[in-house]
Design a protein around this ligand. Structure first.
Ligand SMILES: NC(=O)c1ccc[n+]([C@@H]2O[C@H](COP(=O)([O-])OP(=O)(O)OC[C@H]3O[C@@H](n4cnc5c(N)ncnc54)[C@H](O)[C@@H]3O)[C@@H](O)[C@H]2O)c1
Length: 463
């Protein structure tokens, strides 16, 4: 049987890719290599004019109808896929054989990450004898109007057939799932620039969902954060997903039925509110249209990197998370590490966090995608954490052990909004996703040190 493509909408992607100067063998190059910026900072659309964009794509591949012939390759769309967690997840997706379509505006990452991903994937395929999956990259602000055209270019009008042999033309997106990482993430910066955070993290999400809805792409994984638990962390017990719900949920507790009510308590900054609001919007989407399958993943403290040392956390802006700051102390870019508070009710007086290796986080996304594909519909949240707490001092010692170097400390008072204990309950992720962490804090530290050494020697080679 043969696939009939009555209207192939690939012209956009093809013409853009062929006009680009920096093309990798199996990587579609950026359509907007030197983006023009409009007044509001969005990239201006520069797309071929004859391209038709329908206002809404009404016809869908319905139940009871199947494709005639071989379908075109499917993709997982990864937005923010060249950032710290995104790049590791893209690599893991490729290692699992998925084709990946990356959208990133490089506001907090570099195009060189794409080349490293390709290198690592190619090495993996050689080792396993597998074929190289497709990697497409579009340098694009996910809030720009070009996003709609991009989705259109991954949508085909195809022939389908039902059980009684009737044929009809229907739209089919080649994007079978979306993982949305793109956001601004600095707590401190969000306090100084709240509107930029709401614009990118919340308004951007709303317009993205409208575009996805128009193209019938409703399998969605969202990067959330333990920050949504706000002051619930103060209780000093592992945080359970049901502590934060967005619609009333029935639950049996100690043999009694209780109804959990939506609430947010003590969200400490605009960044935390962007994550809470985004989750609430996604829960409302799933409630309004049962075809949506939405998973929100609440990360605890992702650290470490791929053992190759080729990928890692390399932000353009100022590093604020513990491990990137520790890295800067080790490389001499900072004199010492500020430790906020030595009087927490913990074993050594420093705050306890749930550090999780970024590869475990990446694998969590694959589990969530698989789980989402199998179930009917709805909204579900999962913690991605190890379930065990490490104090700041223990984290410092792990990196001192990995590097063989002493890390100077500057003891300072507690910061406003900080909590002493923030550890995940991992029951739900284990029971429903079948996912749990594999890597230890020692592994995180040694992989991070490997990355630091590689980065330092690369830099030395360039000088
Ligand atoms: N790293 C953590 O500790 C942590 C913890 C909890 C939650 N999260 C969330 O996980 C997600 C990924 O975090 P990360 O640490 O990888 O951050 P990151 O900054 O390294 O990656 C984000 C990527 O998104 C891109 N991006 C940002 N805005 C964009 C836009 N408008 N259009 C296109 N691309 C855009 C950036 O260039 C970057 O490559 C974020 O949503 C973050 O809030 C991170």
């Amino acid at each position: 049987m043969e696939l009939i493509e009555a209207h192939n909408m690939d012209s956009y992607a093809n013409s853009l890719a062929s006009s680009s100067s920096s093309r990798l063998s199996s990587v579609h190059a950026s359509p907007l290599t030197t983006p023009e910026l409009s007044d509001d900072g969005f990239e201006i659309d520069r797309l071929p004019s004859p391209m038709r964009v329908s206002d809404s794509v009404e016809e869908r591949e319905d139940a009871g109808w199947r494709l005639v012939g071989q379908p075109s390759p499917n993709f997982i769309l990864v937005i923010g896929g060249l950032g710290y967690i995104g790049s590791h997840t893209v690599l893991e997706l490729l290692r699992e054989g998925h084709n990946v379509l990356i959208v990133d505006n490089l506001s907090n990452s570099y195009e060189s990450v794409l080349h490293r991903i390709q290198l690592l994937t190619s090495a993996h395929c050689k080792k396993t004898g597998g074929s190289m999956p497709l990697i497409h990259f579009h340098r694009l602000d996910y809030r720009s109007r070009s996003m709609r055209l991009l989705l259109e270019s991954y949508s085909d009008l195809v022939m389908t057939i039902n059980a009684s042999g009737q044929q009809k033309m229907t739209y089919r997106s080649r994007i079978t799932g979306v993982i949305h990482f793109a956001a601004y993430k600095s707590v401190v910066e969000s306090i100084a620039k709240p509107l930029e955070y709401y614009q990118n993290n919340v308004c951007g999400l709303v317009s993205l969902l409208q575009h996805l809805e128009a193209y019938g792409i409703r399998n969605f994984i969202f990067s959330s954060s333990a920050t949504v638990y706000g002051s619930k962390s103060d209780a000093g017990v592992p945080l359970r997903e049901e502590y934060i719900v967005h619609h009333p949920e029935e639950q049996v507790q100690d043999g009694h039925k209780v109804v959990l009510q939506p609430s947010a308590v003590g969200l400490s900054c605009p960044y935390a509110r962007t994550k809470y609001f985004s989750e609430a919007i996604l829960a409302d989407m799933a409630a309004a249209n049962p075809e949506w399958r939405i998973v929100v993943l609440r990360y605890f403290n992702p650290v470490g990197c791929d053992p190759s040392g080729l990928l890692g956390e390399n932000p353009r802006g100022e590093a604020t998370n513990l491990f990137p700051v520790l890295t800067q102390v080790l490389t001499g870019h900072r004199k010492m590490l500020d430790v906020f508070g030595s009087d927490w009710m913990t074993r050594d007086g420093t705050a306890i966090r749930d550090f999780i290796h970024v590869l475990d986080v990446a694998r969590g996304h694959i589990s969530a995608l698989e789980w989402n594909a199998d179930r009917g519909n709805g909204f579900r949240s999962f913690n991605l954490g190890s379930g065990s707490g490490t104090t700041v001092l223990e984290a410092v010692k792990s990196l001192e052990a990995a590097s063989g170097r002493k890390i100077p400390l500057n003891w300072t008072g507690r910061r406003a909004g900080d909590v002493g204990f923030c550890v995940a309950s991992t029951d739900r992720a284990l029971k429903e996703l079948g996912w749990s962490t594999r890597e230890s804090i020692t592994q995180c530290a040694s992989d991070l040190w490997n990355f630091v050494q590689k980065a330092t020697s690369d830099l030395a080679a360039k000088v």
